[in-house]
Write a protein that binds this ligand. Structure first.
Ligand SMILES: [Zn+2]
Length: 279
């Protein structure tokens, strides 16, 4: 890696390869550009993370995503307008056009996800709620029309996310990305047949409620992700995240679930292929 401060040491390799089912290879946390994606994917493959879902969150990022998924067999793609981007497009009167563009990108055979879409009441204030909900409903429609999985971003909006999914009818494969709900929400998501994707947040010392939620999820509903470059797992919190750090999250999940690491890896791998299709 170039001039970055020393990156965290790679964790021990997982016994069975898993999928990082949500990351942003085009985003940098600092002023430096992100490392070349092939380098990031190599580092991940070396520790047993051999497949990655690259998520493009706006039109430029969706275009980039479609380019790179054609270049690297480890990658599948997701495309959407992020909920925090929806209000500006809505105000400019271009949300419809943007959604039409997303649907065109979604037709690419290696795009297997509509997402991340959903609601973010933390970053966007009450003035953006209407636009976010409208965009969310549009993305649900796109996922159903295209037959793709839906990845949901839900920040401080659990009730409205569940309500809108119920109102619209959720797509057949629906994933709560970076699951942040409590035990009762986890149970409700499982009851509805959704998948819950856990990120590095589940390793944080103060995340006891999240681990309690994880503990009630049957392994056939579980996925793992980085949301890289964000949400770096413990003990590297605050550093730049990458798919190569997924083993830290997987091992923390196995401990919480009281499940053997190889069995969890096997489940995470096959669940990912059930949701997104084969790589
Ligand atoms: Zn994300």
């Amino acid at each position: 890696m170039p001039h970055h401060e020393q990156a965290p040491r790679p964790p021990d390799r997982l016994p069975i390869a898993v999928v990082d089912n949500h990351c942003h290879l085009d985003i940098s946390r600092d002023e430096d550009p992100p490392a070349p994606f092939a380098e990031i994917l190599d580092a991940a493959a070396q520790v047993g993370v051999d497949r990655v879902v690259q998520v493009g969150c706006d039109l430029a990022s969706a275009a980039w995503t479609v380019t790179v998924i054609e270049q690297h067999p480890a990658l599948l793609g997701g495309v959407a307008i992020h909920p925090n981007g929806a209000p500006a497009l809505h105000d400019a009167g271009t949300l419809d056009d943007a959604c039409a563009d997303i649907e065109r990108y979604a037709a690419h055979p290696r795009v297997r996800v509509v997402g991340e879409t959903g609601l973010d009441y933390y970053r966007t204030g009450p003035e953006g709620v209407q636009a976010q909900q409208e965009a969310f409903r549009r993305h649900i429609e796109i996922a159903k029309r295209t037959g793709l999985a839906l990845q949901i971003h839900d920040r401080d909006a659990h009730e409205d996310v569940l309500r809108i999914l119920a109102e619209e009818g959720a797509p057949e494969r629906t994933v709560l990305h970076c699951f942040s709900g409590d035990m009762s929400m986890a149970r409700e998501c499982v009851r509805r047949g959704y998948f819950l994707s856990f990120a590095g947040t589940v390793t944080f010392k103060n995340a006891r409620d999240l681990r309690n939620a994880l503990a009630v999820v049957p392994t056939e509903h579980l996925l793992v992700e980085t949301d890289a470059p964000y949400l770096t797992p413990s003990p590297h919190r605050g550093r730049t995240n990458g798919p190569y750090l997924v083993p830290l999250t997987v091992r923390a999940m196995a401990e919480t679930l009281n499940c053997a690491v190889p069995a969890l890896c096997q489940a995470l791998s096959s669940n990912s292929e059930a949701v997104y299709g084969p790589w």
